[in-house]
Design a protein around this ligand. Sequence first.
Ligand code: SF4
Length: 453
Amino acid sequence: MGFVLTDKKLSKNKVFRIEINLSENIPFALSIPQDENVLQINKGVMHGEIDIESLKLELSQKFPININSIDFRINKIQDVVVEFSSELKLDQETIINVLQQTISQELPHTLRNKDTKKPLIYITNDLFGIPLIGSIYFGVIDRGTNLLQIRPITGCPLNCPFCSVDEGPISKTKLRDYIVDTDYLVNTYNSIVAEKKLKEAEAHLDGQGEPMAYPYLPELVQKLHENENTKIVSIQTNGWYLTEQLIDELAEVNLTRINLSINALSSSLSKKLSGKGDYKIEKMLELAEYIANSKISLLIAPLWIPGINDQDIEEIVQFSLKVNSNETKYPTLGIQNYLTHDVGRNLKGIPQKKFAEFNQQLRNIEKKFGAKNLVLKPYMFNIYKTEMIKNPMRINEIVNAEVVLLGRQMGEVIVKAKNRLIHVSNVNQLSLGKKIKVRITRNRHNIFFAEAV
Ligand code: SF4
């Protein structure tokens, strides 16, 4: 039961009381810490705190009748309950609607990413009408093939010392994270699939960070598959959030493939390369085997860092051949070449290999262990070229834009123009909603960078 209704006589006035179990009506874990007047809201990496006094004020203004009191408390089974009292009868359904609506309006202002401890901006269709094309950080990216990159969240729990995008809790450059509403993301994906007239689309969940941190992952996979032109839904992950239960849930909604990064098999090197002292490679290998035995395809994707994990790469190939021998649809290994970056984190003194040399080394490994398809080609994943979606802005074009988000880096804002997002760097603090002119400086695959003019 979600509510209790009683009426009591107080002097001459009848007072109606209704108690709602908030924990049963909000899809988050709720709590009220002792001695604090805040409602804590958690789901996966999302953590929010709403001040209870302001919430009460908001709520009392939303009812058409006079509310005598609103009381938030924890019951015996640690659920959060809210008791309303008023002189007129309150309808349970109306109260639940008002509670849900008010909390979902307040929550985005307070959200933080538990991994990175940074503010987490919840992007919905309502928020300045932010389009989901144009940013490298979130949304949908079309690079002119039947594979569309879906980026639902930024931020990462790991601190890999080679991270090309400087992600994770130790990041020195990232100031905030973003998370995108599931329906809004899927609507954008659907409109791009329609514009490109795709019949065999692959929705590939990736990101500048860890896409598996998205707290609505099974729902997202399911909704992407609801498009009849989606043939594959795949995800890349460092595996930190994997559990047997999540693998079962993702298999249930027909996730096609998991590309899992495993960079070393020894406990000490895997901890070092993940930048996490509590990284457990033994558990990760068990989970890899669990995926290989599920209906989800597994591709193990180690980064080959010359002089650091040469031996591990050979062992990972052997591990993959042992646990993933039944996979016939897709390649089972995606060994990546270590590249150095101007931005991001680099390992000192490790040069990058030329691709010809790297590919030759992969062929040597194929011969040594009887492995197949180590030099990957798009056709092996049924990826092929297609028309790109319309690109509405040219390099050097000056466009009128509106500031819709603070950027992820110091001095960066994100603006919108012509239904695209544009990253504008080196600007002084600009308020949201401000109209500015920008000159497009980079424009590739409908990802835009510009300078303010
Ligand atoms: S898992 Fe990926 S995004 Fe996260 S820190 Fe490592 S390299 Fe960067």
